[in-house]
Design a protein around this ligand. Structure first.
Ligand code: NAD
Length: 252
């Protein structure tokens, strides 16, 4: 669809969106924002009680579906269930993620495997699970949540950085392959955002030109934009949402 008017460009009425890791943190904010824009929303997460609470708060156009993003069969079941329930699957936000760290000589294989499994293999499995449905529909938007750590190196964060660079690359190969079917694939690269994941990092020491750490609401406009027809001609793009931080690494 070509966007030729500013009216309703961000309207997601009638669209069906899945948000992984939607039970808390930034994922819950994406679920709320997509719902506010009119979408039907599947909150998919390992955390059942929290995920059900988010879906219940949103009401009739929201459902919780248990999902471990590393589980191929669970992905297939989620896609089948979503299409049977709401008739389509238009938007996938691959947001679920974990982080771990350590100096390379004390960064064991188990940590590497864990973060790659969730952050990279989980995104690959999600994209693969929705591809046929979106291709058949002739439309779809996949939003892959990477990080500023998918744009630069960061001490101790070896597996995390590798996974987030991987997500950025996978996004581009999929954008090239699926564009002909009307399916757009983009990546988002948040900076420091206040959630459980970053609770032990003080943002006041970070070189952020906008002079504050981010909150989940700082990301939602970008994800609604990428999900909607406002971004109808945008694919394979990487949107950095970090208060300007990576423009001046090491200095202000
Ligand atoms: P968070 O820890 O608050 O939430 C992560 C969510 O993902 C949780 O609900 C968790 O249960 C879910 N999850 C984890 N493993 C899962 C799995 N195997 N299957 C399904 N769900 C799973 O983290 P957050 O800060 O909200 O981060 C969300 C995303 O944003 C992550 O991909 C993260 O890497 C990315 N990100 C966060 C920041 C930040 O500063 N917070 C910065 C850049 C990127």
């Amino acid at each position: 669809m070509t966007a030729d008017s500013s009216t309703g460009l961000f309207d997601l009425t009638g669209r069906v969106a899945v948000v992984t890791g939607g039970a808390r943190g930034i994922g819950a904010a994406y679920a709320r924002a997509l719902h506010d824009a009119g979408a039907h929303v599947v909150v998919a997460d390992l955390m059942e009680a929290e995920g059900r609470a988010v879906a219940a708060e949103l009401g009739g156009r929201a459902r919780f579906v248990p999902l471990d993003v590393t589980d191929e069969e669970a992905w297939a079941a989620l896609v089948t269930d979503t299409v049977e329930t709401w008739g389509a699957l238009d938007v996938l936000v691959n947001n679920a993620g974990i982080a771990n760290a350590g100096p390379i000589e004390h960064y064991p294989r188990a940590k590497w495997d864990a973060v790659i499994a969730v952050n990279l293999t989980g995104v690959y499995l999600g994209c693969r699970a929705v591809a046929a449905t979106m291709r058949t529909q002739g439309r779809g938007s996949i939003v892959n949540i990477s990080s500023v750590e998918g744009m630069r190196g960061s001490t101790h964060l070896h597996g995390y950085v590798a996974s987030k660079f991987g997500v950025r690359g996978l996004t581009k190969s999929l954008a090239v392959e699926l564009g002909q079917h009307g399916v757009r694939v983009n990546s988002v690269h948040p900076g420091w955002i206040a959630t459980d994941m970053t609770a032990r990092i003080d943002p006041s020491g970070l070189p952020i030109p906008l002079r504050r750490g981010g909150v989940p609401g700082d990301l939602t406009g970008t994800v609604v934009y990428l999900a909607s027809d406002a971004s109808a001609y945008v694919t394979g793009a990487e949107l950095v949402v970090d208060g300007g931080m990576i423009n001046g690494v090491g200095h202000l």
